[in-house]
Design a protein around this ligand. Structure first.
Ligand SMILES: Nc1nc2c(c(=O)[nH]1)N[C@H]1C(S)=C(S)[C@@H](COP(=O)(O)OP(=O)(O)OC[C@H]3O[C@@H](n4cnc5c(=O)[nH]c(N)nc54)[C@H](O)[C@@H]3O)O[C@H]1N2
Ligand SMILES: Nc1nc2c(c(=O)[nH]1)N[C@H]1C(S)=C(S)[C@@H](COP(=O)(O)OP(=O)(O)OC[C@H]3O[C@@H](n4cnc5c(=O)[nH]c(N)nc54)[C@H](O)[C@@H]3O)O[C@H]1N2
Ligand code: SF4
Ligand SMILES: [Mo]
Length: 694
């Protein structure tokens, strides 16, 4: 008999709702959940390759304990008791000698993050960090500086947008299924799309207007757009007069930044900049200047992200169909959210975080997420104190944090490295113990609280039993907690018990998720009243163009533009991004996806390549201050001469991930570990590389 089960995809972290068909204990079919608006059966290629991942025997099959040197790849299989006892003993030793704060736990934020945070608090460590800074920390800070909300508490209504402006937000390749389906629906209804990128992406080919901007100069472009919008009074004055703090200062500030000035810096014609400003103003307020998904490009990232958000505010595109909105939680619909372990009374620590987030040294990054790229410097310099143990879940610091060589050096200083993963990631390969998690198709997860215009809850459900000797992360942490004597904070022994505990008081039960895969708190979209009731959380209760968050910390609200250095001759700015067929660093070994896209290449401008004697498919040597590699050249007119581009996530070092082992080059090996010290993101695009024929 074929069973149909609703769950959530996890081939990337977007968590698209899915419907899975199972027959005789085998996964036969996966599609987008037809009951969810915007999904309607569709999946991205990675989601469709879930079956290929599930039946891949090259994933981690049982707990493993290292036998040889770190990174050497000599392992012995272990039972769960043996592996968990080993980790608990080592952790206890480290905590007794150096204190709980010497333990760091890093993970890609996920449904079980409240479990990790609870574990760390229970052992007296402030050192939990997520991927957030690595992805978009400066977007988070930019949103807080203007609205008092994080970017995670905000969304965009793509379906009703009339004009969308994308700054390297490559929506048609760096996919979120619902978002792109909604945007396509808007485009079919006549919405306009402007796309800005030094590289012609798939999204560029679908846009009404495409600008091959000089890399790193989007802020200059935005200052000029603001100049035109304010100069010609193209903004939504009713909205701005009511809600904005600091308009006059902005107006004075952008006066010198004319389109003619910006043309010289960006390469975008002044007339075109004026034309865009006038065109979007006709479509306001249903205009989205997309504030970005990965907002981790430059050392002044927060100011670029603020400038994009400010453009939205000038268009009045807040809490309106086709604009940005604040996500509404269950409370807005008279309901209660699912419980989290962190709501318990937990031990407190007064220790500084390893990354110093929240201290006068580094005041603004969100301490709920921390700053992952500070990990290696903190370990190496023992600043603020020695770090001795690292637990990593669903994250690969060797590939997702710039400067792999620096990270390797840091890892060597640790007494314990534990990796929880489904694959042999590079970090797992370097770890002392690998604790394999059951795949998303093999496990039930914690409840997803999906806030938005209509608050809902979703559930990832076990679809088939584990093929190998693997367990759920939340259960692994409970079993570790038992061995550490802190199990009282983990009131469950199985996922079903945990989910039931989470749902207590919400009025919903696990059975309620069976019919459609989700439950809704209400039927109506909730918009706040734009005239009188935007519930802004800034100190002024306004949208702070002039930001108290920034200025109280000693930073400017409107910093003067600094021209960006040029690439020249054989020196290029390295820019990176995603491709529709892969998720970051996770899917390169998935059989179907590996077959379709097995190696990354280096995009290089045709005229520049010619001058360097490089032809298409030639091997080239690429090197930066911190690393180098050999990669195939992709010679094309479709990239700005000052940039070279590669897809992120290749150059794997774990030999047991045999299909992707040593294929292509890892961008993190080349990238210098540079940070936006105001916003918190790494500056992934501030590394210059030299390229020559190999
Ligand atoms: N150099 C460089 N670094 C980057 C970026 C870049 O472009 N270049 N991009 C940044 C961005 S935008 C992001 S969001 C981050 C993402 O950074 P990461 O979270 O590190 O990347 P992912 O590929 O999403 O997943 C990491 C690990 O999760 C494992 N995994 C997959 N499924 C499961 C599971 O079910 N359970 C467990 N426990 N593990 C699982 C994968 O095998 C993989 O090892 O990287 C950032 N870092
Ligand atoms: N298929 C797939 N989809 C994904 C993911 C995935 O791993 N795979 N990950 C998800 C996640 S976590 C994230 S954060 C998002 C990321 O999605 P996006 O934010 O769309 O980011 P990237 O894919 O990193 O693409 C960055 C683009 O910026 C361009 N760029 C480089 N320099 C400049 C510049 O100076 N100005 C402008 N305007 N553009 C520039 C690059 O050429 C590249 O095309 O994707 C999400 N969706
Ligand atoms: S975007 Fe693709 S891989 Fe990511 S959750 Fe959705 S279907 Fe899965
Ligand atoms: Mo991301």
């Amino acid at each position: 008999m074929t069973q149909s089960i609703y769950s959530l995809c996890f081939m990337c972290s977007v968590r698209c709702p899915i419907r899975v068909e199972v027959k005789d204990g085998q996964v036969k079919w996966i599609e987008g959940n037809p009951h969810v608006a915007g999904m309607e059966g569709s999946l991205c290629p990675k989601g469709a390759a879930g079956i290929s991942m599930q039946y891949d025997s090259q994933r981690v099959q049982s707990p493993m304990i290292r036998e040889g040197a770190r990174g050497e790849g000599k392992w012995r299989k272990a039972s769960w008791d043996e592996a968990l006892d080993y980790v608990a003993e080592k952790l206890k030793g480290v905590i007794d000698t150096y204190g709980g704060h010497s333990v760091v736990l890093g993970e890609r934020a996920n449904l079980a993050t409240h479990i990790s945070k609870t574990f760390l608090k229970a052992i007296g460590s402030p050192n939990h960090f997520t991927h957030d800074a690595l992805c978009k920390g400066s977007v988070n800070t930019a949103c807080r500086s203007l609205f008092g909300y994080t970017d995670g508490q905000m969304g965009m209504d793509y379906k009703n947008v009339r004009h969308i402006v994308l700054y390297g937000r490559n929506m048609f390749e760096s996919v979120s299924v619902k978002e792109i389906n909604n945007l396509m629906a808007a485009l079919e209804k006549g919405a306009k799309m402007t796309y800005i990128d030094p590289r012609v992406t798939v999204t560029a080919t679908k846009a009404h207007r495409y600008w091959m901007i000089r890399p790193g100069t989007d802020l200059a472009l935005n200052y000029a757009l603001m100049h035109v919008i304010l100069d010609e009074r193209l903004y939504d004055s009713a909205f701005v007069d009511r809600w904005v703090e600091g308009l006059a200062e902005l107006q004075d500030f952008v006066r010198p930044y004319t389109p003619e000035w910006a043309e010289k810096e960006t390469g975008v014609a002044a007339d075109e900049i004026r034309a865009l400003a006038r065109e979007v103003s006709k479509h306001k307020p249903s205009v989205i200047f997309h504030y970005g998904y990965r907002g981790a490009h430059h050392a002044n990232e927060i100011y670029l992200r603020r400038s994009i958000l400010i453009l939205n505010c000038l268009m009045g595109s807040l809490e309106t169909p086709g604009g940005m909105f604040f996500k509404k939680g269950p409370g807005a619909a008279g309901g209660k959210p699912a419980r989290k372990l962190t709501e318990q009374e937990l031990p407190k620590t007064d220790k500084t975080r390893f990354d110093k987030a929240g201290t006068p040294d580094f005041p603004l990054p969100d301490t709920a997420h921390g700053v992952g790229q500070m990990l290696a410097p903190a370990i190496l310099n023992e600043d603020p104190y020695p770090i001795k143990a690292l637990i990593i879940n669903r994250l690969d610091p060797l590939k997702s944090i710039p400067d792999t060589n620096q990270m390797k050096e840091a890892l060597q200083k640790l007494d314990l490295i534990v990796a929880v993963d489904v694959n042999y990631s590079d970090l797992a390969w370097y770890a002392d113990v690998i604790l394999p998690e059951s795949t998303y198709l093999e496990r039930t997860d914690c409840v997803q609280q999906a806030n938005g215009l209509k608050p809902q809850m979703f559930l990832r459900r076990q679809v088939v039993g584990p093929r190998y000797d693997t367990r759920e992360y939340s259960v692994i942490m409970r079993q570790l907690a038992e061995r550490m004597g802190i199990e009282k904070y983990f009131p469950y022994t199985s996922m079903d018990e945990l989910v039931q505990w989470q749902l207590e008081g919400t009025g919903f039960s696990m059975a309620d998720f069976e019919a459609k895969g989700f439950v809704a708190y209400g039927k109506q979209q909730i918009f706040w009243d734009r005239k009188d009731d935007l519930k802004l959380k800034t100190p002024s209760g306004k949208i702070e163009f002039r930001s108290s968050l920034l200025e109280d910390a000693g930073f400017e609200s409107f910093p003067a533009y600094t021209p960006v250095p040029e690439g020249r001759d054989d020196v290029f700015r390295l820019v990176v991004g995603r491709v529709a067929l892969h998720t970051h660093v996770s899917t390169q070994n998935v059989p179907y996806l590996n077959e379709l896209f097995s190696e990354n290449v280096l995009w290089i401008n045709a005229a520049k390549a010619k001058a360097l004697g490089i032809s298409n498919d030639d091997l080239v040597e690429i090197s930066s201050k911190v690393g180098s590699g050999t990669i195939k050249a992709y010679v094309t007119d479709m990239i700005h001469p000052e940039a070279v581009f590669m897809v992120h996530g290749f150059g794997h070092e774990a030999k047991l991930a045999a299909r992707c082992y040593n294929k292509g080059v890892s961008d993190s090996v080349l990238q210098e570990n540079i940070t936006d010290r105001v916003g918190g993101s790494p500056a992934f695009h501030d590394t210059f590389v030299t390229v020559k024929a190999a």
